[in-house]
Design a protein around this ligand. Structure first.
Ligand code: IPE
Ligand code: IPE
Ligand code: MG
Length: 247
């Protein structure tokens, strides 16, 4: 129901989908079962976001540090991404979802790279919500790649070091053209960024939820949006009601 959604929906919500392993552990299941259950929550999250008129939904699916997990778990996670794109791409396309992928594309398996490219190409012209999949993503890696591009532009004479500004970096990070996230949600009770969107989240609001990602349903999403609606974003300035006091 539209009326449950807050009036001031954020334009961009980014989610750190955490807690799949603990969800599985609590049920005496292997961690992969938790990842599988997590994948089943993605469609619902995209639908809820679209319904709440969110323009961009970023999902942290695999971090540049997740390669440190046991080989079998990494391979299961790769398999699940393949499964998700193959199964859900047509439906996401039908629902007018535009897919963007952020993260390092060079160091992933060629078939996964091809699938991600296909998802982006096929949905490029869609005008509904943009689903940003953060895969093999790490903010420090992203910033290093952006700085390297700037250094190359300066070396080749295309750019002057003195002209490097925030816009120069913003246009070279993976999220170029996408507004910064207004709200970052992390499930599982952990209260850290784990190398997610360090540049873009400079002024984001954060909502940390105790629920594990496979339990993150529409109601939990709407509650996080309601919490966002109660926040006062000041960007270093003074909010209007405070300015009015004593004037
Ligand atoms: C998030 O769940 C999924 C990925 C990081 C790929 P986890 O696998 O991190 O689950 P926990 O944190 O161990 O419970
Ligand atoms: C962050 O979760 C990465 C994703 C959700 C994809 P992790 O579970 O990898 O983060 P840490 O290791 O607890 O910081
Ligand atoms: Mg985790």
């Amino acid at each position: 129901m539209q009326s449950e959604t807050p009036i001031t929906s954020p334009r961009h919500v980014a989610i750190i989908m955490d807690g799949n392993g603990r969800w599985a552990n609590a049920r005496g299941l292997p961690r992969t079962a938790g990842h599988r259950a997590g994948v089943e929550r993605v469609r619902e999250a995209v639908r809820t976001a679209a319904e709440a008129e969110i323009e961009y939904l970023t999902l942290f699916a695999f971090s540049s540090e997740n390669w440190n997990r046991p080989e079998q778990e990494v391979s299961d996670l790769m398999g699940l991404l393949r499964f998700f794109i193959r199964r859900d791409l047509a439906e996401l396309h039908r629902e007018n979802v535009c897919i963007r992928v952020i993260g390092c594309r060079q160091t992933i398996q060629p078939d996964i790279r091809a699938l991600l490219n296909e998802a982006e190409e096929r949905t490029r012209g869609n005008t509904g919500i943009t689903l940003v999949i953060a895969f093999n993503y790490g903010a420090r890696d992203e910033l290093v790649r952006a700085v390297r591009q700037i250094a190359e532009a300066v070396r080749s004479g295309d750019m002057d070091a003195a002209s490097i500004d925030e816009a120069a970096l913003a246009s070279r990070v993976d999220t170029a053209g996408i507004p910064d996230p207004d709200l970052v949600i992390r499930t599982s009770g952990e209260q850290r960024l784990s190398n997610f969107l360090l540049w873009q989240a400079a002024y984001s609001e954060f909502v940390f939820l105790p629920c594990l990602w496979p339990d993150f349903d529409r109601a939990a999403f709407l509650e996080a949006l309601a919490e966002y609606g109660r926040r006062d974003r000041r960007y270093g300035a003074v909010s209007a009601p405070d300015l009015a006091v004593g004037s």
